[in-house]
Design a protein around this ligand. Sequence first.
Ligand SMILES: [Fe+2]
Length: 339
Amino acid sequence: MTETVQRQFPTFEKFGQELPKVHTIEDNVDSVKIRWSDGNTRVFEKAMLSHFSSPTPESDLLNPVHELWDKDSFPKAEPADYKMLLSEHSREAERQKIFRSLLKHGFSYISGTPTEHAATIEACRALTVTQPNCFGDDWSFTADLAKPDTAYTNIGIGLHTDATYYNEPMGIQVFHVLNHQGEGGETMLGDGYKAIELLQKQSPESVEYLSNYQLMHEYIDHSTPGSHVRSIGTILTKNPITKEIFRLRFNNHDRCPIPVADMEEFYFHYTKLGKIIQSGEINFRRRLPPGTVLLVDNYRVMHGRTSFTGKRQVSGLYLTRDDWVSGARKHDLVDHFFL
Ligand SMILES: [Fe+2]
């Protein structure tokens, strides 16, 4: 049986009591061995002791693990391989490749995937944990308005993040174009962190305002039983410890009305961000070939789609944020306070 690493110390009983004193210390290269006055002995890693004896760090605007890009510097991400991801022998190496790319670029690919909806799901389950929502567990759809959302039409959709109306928005959005006979239908991506960096240079007070203003988003489906999902939160969300921005929520179509008294200030700042996003400077587009699964960090990278003709079948699902970051943490790719 695997030993638990949960805390076993009786915190509440011990609080206020006299605690054991250090009896002896054995100083080793990377650790210290302490014997306490009650006879207990423990070994502590020096790195861990140093970490917790230092003040909590406050960092820059964004975590340096991210490499920001715009339309002219769109990165060439190394794809993971579907078969290798499914094989137990090579899975961890492929997972690591995907997590690394998600952290650096905010997106990742799985190539060589069979053009079937079941294969999209299989690949994602080999990677991490899925995140069902009011659109279902997963989906394979065409432009038939099966749901009252522009995703289910063939009209163009501007850059946005998904599920802004959830208090815990979806962590990763998965796109797999199974087939498309027709014109257009390019997938658009835009680095939200790049947009935040540009906003910071142009108007730091707007970054501050959008990190504090509590805005509501909602999704309404009038069918039966339908949905009415609503969130309250900031457009930019900071890590409460390091103050890095780690989440962008941006979808002007799903935004709720705001109080009249807030309008002037809100639109002043929100428009600055919106204009950067819509300027075309951060907007990369290309047709996604069938067999390539695209994974997009929905806390960072915005997506959209150009209008199209013909029949276009798209398979997709969402994956949870905490679980893919857990995978990155297990592979030692993120720092201690990374969210
Ligand atoms: Fe979307």
